[in-house]
Write a protein that binds this ligand. Structure first.
Ligand SMILES: Cc1ncc(COP(=O)(O)O)c(C=O)c1O
Length: 413
């Protein structure tokens, strides 16, 4: 048994609210939301609201803030955000329907992602949303749908820039990529669009995800705006310049909240620069996990505890099939423990080293390796923080047939 020093604590656990040693979600003990025997994702609307307010307060008012639904497409959560952010970005026909049903004006919905089907394109053209064009084939499909329905399509060009977002958890631009149209080919695509009578509405330059280094984000934003100005080539009709986001959240020990002040100053400067070159242009940042990630908790129950050669294994009724990312199998190069605690024993003077594992018969099914937690008993609840993005929807629920977790969007009322 030992006690944990501050440096070894997860940021999310340090700031978590609690009453009587129980985790508090939207003003109530987490246990009020649980059903015995079922793991659950719980999303706290109050945190979600604070998150958007923080962005609005910190970022320049001229900048539009879009939510990337892929981070968490739960309809209640998306509906809640509809009148709080300036737009939604979707990545599939299903997300498109969720966005339209939320009440977000179609002018403020954009659809990015390679491999859009003819059906998805027809739905999008009919709805009047903005396509972020990923290929010339897509352009042909958009034109065909527009002729079929007699509706003018709205198209921006997703650009695969030559530069990369440094220090990013996941790179989505630079070099050879399946995303967007290489910047060198963009002038050709603009000419082709002009011949077809389509005015490009803007550019979408998304270079990466999960970045906690403000200098890397600033650098990529400067490069994205410069690239948009270069590609616009004096054209005045470009209205939407979406420069992505990449704002990260702290998952691992030693990581802290991203500092927004300098990013904000830089965005103000870039907005002025952009407007001197392209008068009508609106600068957009597109964020997923920064908005929804911190609002979500994944909570599961301890089913068994066993020892194997001096190591303790705590087996829970959730795992890789519920929360792939927390097991380190969603793009992480090195597996690290997500922020984790015992939801009904948030603090304790004495701690012990344990492994938290799921019931799936694979060594990949592990939530925490050699983590120091208060002494755990069967029936206790384990909570994984920062689970509001790429959790439920990014996990293989059918794997081994253990069943799905519940999802709850809670307001505390
Ligand atoms: C086009 C696009 N937009 C937005 C996002 C959201 O990124 P994040 O959730 O890290 O903000 C992604 C992530 O992959 C993306 O590909």
């Amino acid at each position: 048994m030992s006690s944990l020093d501050n440096k070894k604590q997860f940021h999310a656990v340090k700031v978590a609210p609690q009453i009587d040693n129980h985790l508090v979600v939207a003003g109530k003990s987490y246990s009020d939301y649980m059903i015995e025997g079922r793991a659950a994702y719980i999303y706290d609307s109050q945190i979600l609201q604070q998150r958007v307010e923080k962005l609005k307060q910190k970022l320049p008012v001229e900048i539009d803030i879009h939510y990337a639904i892929k981070a968490n497409p739960m309809p209640e959560l998306v509906d809640f955000l509809a009148d709080k952010v300036d737009g939604f970005d979707v990545a599939s026909g299903k997300e498109l329907l969720i966005a339209i049903n939320s009440g977000m004006p179609v002018e403020d919905i954009s659809f990015a992602g390679p491999g859009k089907s003819v059906h998805e394109i027809e739905v999008g053209v009919n709805a009047g949303i903005l396509f972020n064009l990923e290929s010339e084939t897509e352009l042909e499909r958009i034109v065909a749908a527009s002729e079929k329905f007699g509706i003018e399509p709205r198209v921006a060009i997703r650009v695969n820039p030559a530069f990369e977002l440094k220090a990013s958890g996941m790179k989505m631009g630079g070099g050879s990529k399946q995303f967007g149209i290489d910047e060198e080919k963009v002038p050709h695509v603009i000419r082709k669009m002009n011949e077809l009578g389509i005015d490009p509405e803007g550019f979408h330059i998304f270079s990466g995800s999960q970045n906690l280094r403000k200098d890397a984000i600033i650098e990529s934003q400067i490069k994205a705006v410069d690239l948009a100005i270069k590609l616009a080539n004096g054209g005045l009709n470009f209205k939407k310049i979406n420069i992505g986001g990449g704002f990260g959240i702290p998952y691992f020990i030693g990581e802290d909240e991203l500092e927004l002040d300098e990013i904000s100053e830089n965005l103000s400067m870039l907005d002025e620069k952009l407007k001197t070159e392209i008068k009508e242009a609106k600068l957009i940042v597109e964020l997923g996990r920064y908005i929804s990630g911190t609002s979500g908790y994944y909570i599961c129950e301890v089913l068994d505890i066993k020892e194997s050669r001096e190591e303790k294994f705590v087996i829970v009724n959730g795992g890789i099939h519920h929360h792939l990312a927390a097991t380190g199998n969603f793009g992480q190069v090195i597996r690290k423990n997500y922020p984790i605690a015992v939801a009904n024993k948030m603090e304790s003077d004495t701690l012990e080293k344990v492994n938290i594992v799921g019931p799936c018969c694979t060594p990949l099914d592990i939530f925490a390796a050699k983590v120091e937690l208060p002494s755990i008993e069967i029936g206790d609840h384990i909570v994984i923080f920062q689970s509001g993005a790429y959790g439920y929807s990014a996990s293989p629920h059918d794997f081994l047939g253990h069943g799905e977790p519940r999802q709850l969007f809670v307001t505390g009322n």
